[in-house]
Design a protein around this ligand. Structure first.
Ligand code: COA
Length: 205
């Protein structure tokens, strides 16, 4: 870990990540953002995403603070940078958990034994990832969502705020489970699923 951290994205999610970075001991923080200028939480916004390679002085860590899974994926694939994993000190990470590079784990999240989290995932505030879950790359588990034991989640899928996924369920790639929904059957086709039980609602844009 270097002292210097560049946070890509200066929106609300970026602020939460900056707070985690400060708690992890980063002293020198800055943001890049394509749409916001000035500063964020008193830290400078120093450029756009096209400037990323120029900001890499070899002693800089980078993290993507963008909630959209596809955009996070595109940035991660386009730029070879020193991506870091950031974990809030109040998160509970159990024995045998593996967390991929670039992933962030927010305050109060619980990840139970032998769960595997892919790269550039977001395990948001107070999310629960039970034992033996397998989350692919670029997954976002939103605040207060709960995944029971041995759940599999495919790449770029988002589990919405407060949603619940029953144990032993498989959810495919590029799926969005709506806020508060409850998944009790495997979901394989990409698209948006809502309700209790969660059913296909429409294709993603
Ligand atoms: C599912 C979701 C993506 C749909 O948003 P949208 O594309 O703008 O669609 P709409 O709000 O127009 O809703 C479409 C339909 O789905 C229903 N619906 C939307 N969200 C729903 C939900 N969470 N649960 C149940 N039904 C829902 C609406 O009532 C509407 O029903 P209708 O067709 O009978 O009128 C959105 O409501 C959602 O839940 N997003 C997740 C947000 C989240 O967790 N963000 C994380 C931030 S950290």
């Amino acid at each position: 870990m270097y002292n210097r951290l560049v946070i890509i994205g200066a929106g609300g999610h970026g602020k939460v990540i900056a707070d985690i970075a400060l708690k992890n001991g980063y002293k020198d923080i800055c943001f890049v953002d394509d749409n916001i200028d000035g500063d964020c939480m008193g830290y400078p916004i120093v450029g756009k995403s096209c400037d990323l390679e120029q900001l890499n002085n070899g002693e800089t860590d980078f993290v993507i603070a963008i909630g959209d899974n596809q955009i996070r994926k595109r940035i991660a694939e386009q730029h070879k940078l020193n991506w870091v994993t950031l974990i809030h000190p109040s998160a509970q990470i159990a024995y045998g958990v593996l967390i991929g590079i670039g992933s962030v784990v927010m305050a109060g999240a619980v990840i139970n034994p032998e769960a595997m989290i892919g790269q550039h995932c977001i395990i948001n505030t107070c999310a629960v990832i039970e034992h033996d879950n397998q989350l692919s790359d670029y997954v976002h588990v939103s605040p207060n969502a709960t995944l029971g034991g041995t759940v599999h989640v495919g790449s770029c899928t988002q589990i919405g705020v407060g949603a619940t996924v029953r144990n032993n369920i498989s959810i495919g790639n590029n799926i969005l489970v709506g806020a508060g929904s409850v998944v009790i059957k495997n979901l394989s086709f990409s698209g948006i699923y809502v309700g209790i039980p969660a059913c296909f609602k429409k294709y993603s844009k």
